[in-house]
Design a protein around this ligand. Structure first.
Ligand SMILES: [Zn+2]
Length: 391
């Protein structure tokens, strides 16, 4: 921080305002930003534009420079900057502005504060972190403090599908010397994230009248045998363990086939996903699966949906600073962890670690919440990390 007082971050932390954090989060929840999953936003609830404008307006009022980028029709990033005082290392606090859908979630877009928690769609994944970033900016403005290096806040689009926002932001080069993503990590410092590869297995048979099934080939039964093989394949993955992320996992998520009970089905389609460890890629993973399936009338397409895994280089100064900040802020477990879900981490082009309030157990659920105390701790960690890395 300016004036390089080592007490400055501690004094800032005392100033974190629980009520303002909760209020900001409620306002963010009430700005719908549902990911349209590939299309141009059609429904009134879709797209990140409202959240981008909110972040932009608040940060400009606090003296930051900020730009909104419509990187695709109806899809937005916002990137704001507080210039550092003396050219120290720069830090970007990044968070995705999109949420998953609200179908089946009553009053998803009403931010509710109850028993020390904030409820609503996006509460933990991950508008809570966006609210913490704004709290950092509020406190720095109130105290007229600036870190030695530039501090950036990025609101990013499309994390929940194809990470197009992060790809657009990273396309013009690394935005900062280091990036923290405030995904819901239960206040642990996550130094690696899994990726994702989704595949479709198409099994073909021969349709015939169900009274003479011996004259046809039942594609659904053939698919069922292959599913047994996939389950065995999954067990072999348990032997590949990443020190922070554990083994890769698989999920069979969709099965479709057949027309009527009295017709032997000629086709069955199965969609499954495979979580990737750092160093794995979708084509090798596909080849491994193919090698374990018995030959037959089936085809496995190339991965149609991928998210790259990510790992911070070992011994990186960002990890040291974040872990130190977590310890000073009395985070529950200041030891390095892995984030089992996928994220934007691989696409910014800068070194990345994840740290945020809330838990994946609540993310994407129909009762999403985050604890305000977690948000206070996360804000303290962001303030301290900014100070520790920039000098
Ligand atoms: Zn998320």
């Amino acid at each position: 921080m300016e004036a390089s007082s080592s007490e400055a971050p501690a004094r800032c932390v005392e100033q974190i305002d629980r009520d303002r954090l909760a209020r900001t989060l409620c306002e963010l929840i009430e700005l719908p930003s549902v990911n349209p999953f590939g299309g141009v936003p059609q429904d009134a609830d879709q797209g990140e534009g409202r959240v981008a404008a909110y972040l932009h307006d608040r940060l400009v009022r606090l003296g930051w420079t900020s730009e909104i980028d419509e990187y695709a029709p109806g899809r937005f990033n916002t990137l704001a900057r507080l210039p550092g005082t003396s050219g120290g290392r720069s830090l970007m606090l990044a968070g995705h502005m999109d949420t998953v859908e609200t179908t089946g979630y009553p009053e998803a877009l009403t931010g509710v504060v109850r028993d020390g928690k904030v409820y609503g769609r996006g509460a933990c994944d991950m508008k809570a972190a966006l609210a913490c970033y704004l709290e950092v900016a509020e406190i720095l403005a109130e105290r007229s403090l600036r870190p030695a290096g530039d501090l950036l806040i990025a609101g990013v689009g499309d994390e929940e599908y194809r990470q197009e926002g992060a790809k657009a932001l990273g396309a013009s080069g690394p935005p900062a010397d280091a990036v923290i993503i405030g995904e819901p990590t239960e206040l642990t410092a996550c130094l690696a994230t899994k990726g994702l590869a989704a595949f479709e297995l198409r099994v073909t048979g021969e349709a015939t009248h169900s009274s003479v099934p011996q004259h046809g080939t039942n594609a659904i039964l053939a698919a069922a045998r292959l599913l047994g093989r996939l389950e065995e394949h999954q067990r072999t993955l348990d032997r590949r363990r990443h020190p922070l992320l554990g083994p890769p996992t698989m999920n069979v998520g969709v099965i479709e086939g057949g027309i009527k009970p009295n017709i032997v089905p000629s086709e069955c389609r199965v969609q499954f996903s495979r979580r990737l460890l750092p160093g794995e890629n979708p084509s090798d993973v596909r080849a491994d699966v193919v090698a374990d399936l018995e030959p037959g009338a089936w085809s496995l397409g190339e991965a149609w949906w991928t998210v790259a895994p990510y790992e911070l280089p070992e011994g990186h100064w960002l990890a040291a600073a974040l872990l130190k900040a977590a310890e000073l802020s009395e985070a529950p477990d200041p030891s390095p962890r892995g984030f089992p879900a996928s994220s934007d981490a691989a696409y910014f082009g800068s070194p990345v670690a994840l740290f945020g309030p809330g838990s994946l157990a609540q993310a994407h659920s129909l009762d999403e919440w985050v604890s305000i105390s977690d948000m206070v701790t996360a804000t303290a960690v962001y303030l301290r990390t900014a100070s520790l890395i920039s000098g």
